[in-house]
Design a protein around this ligand. Sequence first.
Ligand code: CMP
Length: 139
Amino acid sequence: MKERTFSIIKPDATQRNLTGKINAFLEEHGFRIIAQKRIHLSRREASQFYAVHKDRPFFGELVEYMVSQPVVVQVLEADDAVTKYREVMGATNPKDATDGTIRKLFGESIERNSVHGSDSKENAAIEIAFFFSGTEIVG
Ligand code: CMP
């Protein structure tokens, strides 16, 4: 069934001009990019977006990293998009990611791991609504 997930192309990837390569990878792997914008997150937005990690020791660094350069926020559509995107992203730490996954191909470290993807359908809906209004999503 067609499903939507939320994706972020992170600062390490936008900085290295990898937006086009990552988008080509997504389209070649059956995702349709049905909404997309390049933005510079504020500290407030990054802290709110990652609020579930606020008690983790890396939270402060994560927020500083996410505001360090522009990011590209996206809505991806595919059959079973949430699970499928998690598969093609690869493990959080690029060192542990399977060959051929985005994080293995492009990630530099657990923090500079090139992309974020929603971990459940429920969170996908919340994360999409955090960045996009209904009229900005055009399937
Ligand atoms: P993401 O999927 O965007 O969700 C939370 C992010 O926190 C995660 O990707 C990692 O980039 C980052 N993260 C997770 N664990 C650590 C860690 N130990 N140190 C720094 N960053 C981390």
